[in-house]
Design a protein around this ligand. Structure first.
Ligand SMILES: [Zn+2]
Length: 339
């Protein structure tokens, strides 16, 4: 019996030695399984003397465990080899040159627009969007624009038909807001605007504006000046001076144009400002005309308001010392990559 076990053991061990990973499992089933050869040996136990039986039983168990371990060791050996092979294949060489990826970024106009909006949000204004195709009513009529005002001319405005046009300013968003919201109102709106302009260094048929509107009881000119002065100092620098010059807009009364210290010389006088020390006409502003309030159903005896507007293109150009508006629309990467 001992010899039988010993021979079987030798046979199995030599099979294990020559096996690959797939045959190992077959060997396990063939010899150690329920119908395996080791189990059938037990049938011969009847021939073993009573005293010997426990010892033979123990020997069988020991041998089975030994073979089991051998199989497991070999499986582990194969697994380890596979893993090593995989690690070798999947290793990333971090020193290899990566392909250069050309990342885009926001356009300088969008950067300026976002900075302006963020500033006015911090001052408690809400941001309102409006459509670029507007009604003549919202773009001109409700803004108190005289029927013979030159801006209404076909030569100045892109008309779609007699009632619709591409908005010439962002002011119609103020009209829409006043028609849909009761005072107090405190909003800004930024976006694209369109005028029939020939392209030159400072003009483009499409440009960008941001407009603000405040309507409440007891709003007066000093609220307007305080708001705009805070804006200019916060946005362009503490040392900026402002100058309000009387002007005419149909939708505000009184109206003013705002000049600020020259961005280049800060007021000393230089070539950029023609020696005046001022950057001219950065903003337009004024007290909302009572006709505009009434056209929107707001009681002009109870409420008053101020409005202001400025060109985002102009501010971007001044801020980055860009001398030609075409650069903002040419999409030349050599230019845009500088921002
Ligand atoms: Zn200057």
């Amino acid at each position: 019996m001992r010899e039988l076990i010993s021979n079987l053991k030798e046979k199995i061990l030599s099979e294990i030695k020559d096996s690959d990973k797939n045959t190992l499992e077959e060997i396990r089933i063939k010899y150690l399984g329920k119908k395996g050869e080791f189990t059938s040996i037990l049938r011969n136990m009847a021939n073993v003397s009573k005293e010997e039986r426990p010892k033979i039983g123990e020997l069988i168990n020991q041998t089975k465990t030994e073979i089991e371990n051998k199989i497991n060791d070999k499986i582990e050996f194969f697994n380890k080899k596979e893993l090593e092979k995989r690690i070798k294949q999947e290793t990333i060489d971090v020193t290899i040159n990566k392909k250069f990826i050309d990342m885009g970024h926001r356009h300088p106009l969008n950067q300026t627009m976002e900075e302006l909006e963020n500033f006015f949000i911090s001052m408690g204004f809400s941001i309102i969007d409006g459509p670029e195709i507007e009604t003549v009513e919202n773009n001109f009529d409700k803004l108190n624009s005289p029927m013979d005002h030159p801006s209404r001319e076909m030569s100045d405005t892109f008309y779609i038909d007699k009632d619709l046009l591409l908005r010439t300013h962002t002011s119609p968003v103020q009209i829409r807001t006043m028609l849909s919201t009761k005072p107090p109102i405190k909003m800004v709106s930024a976006g694209r605007t369109f005028r029939f302009d020939e392209v030159d260094d400072t003009h483009s048929p499409m440009f960008h504006q941001i407009e603000g509107l405040v309507v409440d009881e007891n709003i007066n000119m000093s609220n307007l000046i305080e708001t705009l002065n805070t804006f200019i100092k916060e946005f362009f620098g503490e040392d900026m001076q402002t100058r309000y010059r009387p002007h005419y807009f149909p939708f505000t009364e009184p109206s003013a144009e705002v000049d600020v210290s020259c961005f280049n010389c800060k007021g000393k006088g230089c070539k950029v400002c023609n020696g005046t020390g001022w950057s001219m006409e950065l903003l337009g502003c004024g007290m909302v005309h009572p006709n505009v309030l009434e056209a929107c159903g707001i009681d002009s005896k109870k409420y008053s308001g101020f409005a202001f507007g400025m060109g985002i293109d102009r501010i971007t150009m001044v801020k980055h010392k860009i001398n030609n508006i075409r650069l903002l629309y040419d999409n030349d990467k050599r230019f845009l990559e500088q921002f």
